[in-house]
Design a protein around this ligand. Structure first.
Ligand code: SF4
Length: 358
């Protein structure tokens, strides 16, 4: 093709790369560690940059070993274009205040940028002028049907996005006078990159506590409201988010690499549990069942490459993937099949001598 390779090269292998070490914690790295209610194992709600090890690498300036695809970079840029489209409409509606507003939280060393600040239309109806921030999150065809996750009948934004906006909520809640006696809110607008349909999720903080108070005394958690209902996410807490940032700080002071928060490939045991709990497609669950039937004791082997990579997506997208998993065999092995007796017999048969060169 004429331009494809050049375009791909310009995106995936640019001549100049930003190699500066990260100087602060980022809201997009906000995460919480919880017990997975289905599997009963500790799990982290956060993006790849929420992984303690990845943050350690980024802050200490470890050069990335993996760069994203051209498609991934273009998707990110699509997100910015979608934000610009929506801002244009908000400007026309007389609601837009500012874009890309920087935040510096000195207490927890968090540096971030809110996509857009607008005037709250509900407050304007009351004759009040109250600022209301918006974060735009673009999603692909998997997130589109419910914009965004549909889990057990609930429609919720991604957990990592809730964690991110909570960092903003806590910091800007310091000035209650801005909101004229109303609790501060942030709106996540999830937009489909395919159809451009969208859904609003309004996030606020509930529970006891305040910015800068001792983390142990902080009992605040996220509440999400959207057209499908109001959801109290008591497992996504301010204390949980700050504790994770503090943990990265402790590893940095000790100059010790944190353990991995995610898995590039799940163990057989975990894959089996996921199949038992209905946490995978029926096709994959059937493949797992067939594999176990063939090889009931195969707990020390991977169940193999099913339709999707059976590991955490965070590792798939991580720029330190190769370094992090160096020397560890994480490659999914093919399903172990019992050979047909005739094939096994044929393999034992003496190999014919090659014909001598004529
Ligand atoms: S590869 Fe996975 S475990 Fe390793 S740093 Fe990246 S996200 Fe963390």
């Amino acid at each position: 093709m004429i331009f494809s390779s050049k375009i791909r090269q310009a995106i995936e292998d640019p001549p100049i790369r930003d190699t500066r070490a990260q100087m602060a914690f980022y809201p997009s790295s906000a995460s919480v560690k919880v017990i997975d209610p289905d599997l009963g194992v500790p799990t982290v709600i956060g993006s790849s940059s929420g992984c303690l090890r990845r943050q350690y690498y980024d802050i200490t300036g470890v050069p990335p070993t993996n760069y994203g695809s051209a498609e991934g970079a273009l998707k990110m840029q699509m997100g910015s274009l979608i934000q610009a489209l929506f801002e244009d409409k908000l400007k026309k509606a007389g609601l837009w205040m500012d874009s890309e507003v920087k935040m510096w939280n000195p207490t927890y060393k968090i540096s971030g940028r809110i996509d857009t600040w607008c005037w709250d239309p509900d407050a304007l109806k009351r004759g009040d002028r109250v600022p209301l921030p918006i974060e735009f999150k673009s999603t692909g065809r998997f997130g589109e049907p419910g914009l965004i996750t549909i889990s057990k009948g609930k429609v919720l934004p991604k957990g990592e996005h809730v964690c991110q906006v909570m960092s903003y909520l806590d910091f800007y809640s310091q000035w209650p006078e801005w909101y004229h006696g109303h609790p501060m809110r942030i709106v996540i607008i999830a937009v489909s990159r395919d159809s451009l349909s969208w859904r609003e999720h309004v996030v606020s903080l509930a529970g006891k506590g305040q910015y800068g108070a001792p983390i142990k005394e902080d009992e605040r958690y996220a509440v999400v409201r959207n057209e499908t209902g109001t959801y109290q996410l008591k497992h996504i807490t301010m204390a949980g988010i700050y504790t994770r940032f503090m943990e990265v700080g402790a590893y940095l002071r000790q100059k010790t690499e944190p353990p991995r928060d995610f898995e590039l490939q799940y163990s057989n045991e975990r894959i089996k549990k996921m199949a038992d709990k209905g946490l995978m497609s029926k096709t994959n669950a059937n493949k797992v069942a067939a594999s176990i039937k063939r090889d009931p004791k195969g707990t020390d082997r991977w169940l193999g490459k099913l339709d999707a990579p059976f590991g955490d997506w965070q590792c798939q997208y991580c720029s330190h993937r190769t370094k992090c998993w160096e020397g560890i065999d994480h490659t999914p092995k093919p399903l172990i099949r019992q050979e047909h007796p005739q094939v096994a017999q044929a393999k034992k048969a003496p190999i014919a001598e090659p014909l001598a060169d004529l």
